[in-house]
Design a protein around this ligand. Structure first.
Ligand SMILES: Nc1ncnc2c1ncn2[C@@H]1O[C@H](COP(=O)(O)OP(=O)(O)OP(=O)(O)O)[C@@H](O)[C@H]1O
Ligand SMILES: [Mg+2]
Length: 384
């Protein structure tokens, strides 16, 4: 299943935006244009349905509805999200599912945010349409979605499960390496990879070995002298990864993950995550710490590693190297353009002059800069 279309109203710096999506999407734009905010919509939907989550908790975790609602919005309008889901791309254009919610909070009256509407369609048949009679009798019911309630989402549990399995990654090598060295409890979502070794260790052995073998094969091509990737446990039962390199003494010279390079750790984290699930994967700047030559091939490595089954991948990037892959189509690149009225989303293929250049054989990387650089960058010299 994949997200085939999304429409946002008053979500953070998107007063009104909508875009269709395929198996891959590359979010590009200057700093603070809203790439992470865009990814956050899918994390928000996941937070609504996950265990211990729910609409109220997801909003509280983000500082309340007033933080999520677009600052450019006038008065107190709904924050609205509408998502279409396709069972698989082969099923054609018609979305199999559509889910939409509007969220409101009055200045007076109910103090907590509530649903102004919640609707679900399956194959264009309306399955849920709230507020319904029960909601009108008991307004407090509107403080929860039906999506988050097992006894109310029976007919559309597939979409609840889909949102629940979305994975967001912003891997930080130091946290992968020293998971216990940083204060604070690990976030259950674990975007930075703190629980990563644990996740590997608790995967059933056959699956774990098969995935590590795939990753090992990829690393042999990408990291010089890399030979073997093994998973072990130390005397205290704590899981570790070990690597064997070609050039070392024939026996005994193994390295644990705390000695792996930043790039090696990020590649392992990235690859494992690709293989770990079936559905949506949200990546923040996967290019970080990686050598240019790898970044240039990253888009196709991500594609090939996960065949035959593919996760839908939506990633943010600042890397023109990553976008230099000619396999990336203009319709896969979402340009986030900040304006005075908030950020707009454009597909590169919808911009006339960009499309002409792409059709003429240029790569996205060749043409992207004028669309993504901050407009006043040339005035930096005045700050000397
Ligand atoms: N409710 C809101 N209304 C308007 N703008 C908001 C709201 N919430 C956050 N923002 C703005 O969104 C911007 C941050 O967006 P985001 O973190 O998504 O940027 P980004 O494109 O990921 O940037 P970077 O490339 O630096 O990671 C900030 O400028 C912040 O002020
Ligand atoms: Mg960001």
């Amino acid at each position: 299943m994949l997200v085939s279309h999304i429409a946002l109203k008053n979500w953070r710096n998107f007063p009104s935006a909508e875009v269709s999506l395929g198996e891959r999407a590359f979010l590009v734009g200057p700093n603070a244009c809203g790439k992470s905010n865009f990814l956050d919509v899918f994390r928000f939907l996941r937070d609504i349905v996950k265990a211990g989550g729910g609409l109220q908790k997801s909003l509280q975790d983000r500082g309340g509805l007033s933080k999520v609602r677009c600052l450019a919005a006038r008065k107190d309008p709904d924050v609205a999200i509408a998502v279409s889901l396709l069972e698989s791309e082969k099923d054609g254009i018609a979305p199999t599912w559509k889910y939409e919610i509007g969220i409101k909070q009055d200045r007076r009256g109910l103090q907590q945010p509530y649903l102004s509407y919640e609707r679900v369609w399956k194959n264009n048949v309306l399955l849920l349409d709230r507020p319904n009679e029960d909601d009108k009798k008991d307004r407090l019911r509107l403080s929860q979605t039906h999506l988050e309630q097992i006894n109310a989402n029976e007919k559309f549990r597939d979409i609840a499960n889909f949102f629940k399995s979305a994975l967001y990654l912003h891997l930080v090598p130091q946290l992968l390496r020293y998971p216990t060295a940083f204060l604070g409890t690990a976030m259950p979502e674990d975007p930075f990879g703190r629980n990563f070794l644990e996740r590997i260790a608790t995967t059933p052995e056959r699956t774990r070995r098969a995935r590590l073998k795939k990753i090992e094969k990829a690393l042999q091509k990408l990291v010089p002298q890399f030979k073997e990737l093994l998973d072990t446990k130390d005397d205290h039962g704590i899981p570790h990864l070990e690597a064997v390199y070609e050039h070392w003494r024939a026996r005994g010279a193994r390295q644990r993950e705390d000695q792996f390079s930043d790039g090696t750790l990020r590649l392992i984290g990235l690859f494992w995550s690709l293989l770990e699930g079936k559905f949506l994967l949200l990546l923040e700047e996967p290019e970080l710490s990686l050598h240019t030559s790898i970044v240039k091939k990253l888009a196709s490595i991500l594609q090939r590693l996960q065949s035959p089954e593919k996760r839908q991948v939506i990633l943010s990037t600042h890397s023109t190297d990553l976008l230099s892959d000619k396999g990336i189509g203009g319709e896969e690149v979402l340009l986030l353009k900040p304006t005075k009225e908030g950020t707009q989303i454009h597909k590169m293929s919808d911009i006339e002059e960009a499309r002409v250049l792409l059709e003429g054989g240029s790569s996205i990387a060749d043409i992207i800069l004028p669309y993504t650089e901050p407009p006043s960058i040339d005035q930096m010299e005045f700050f000397k």
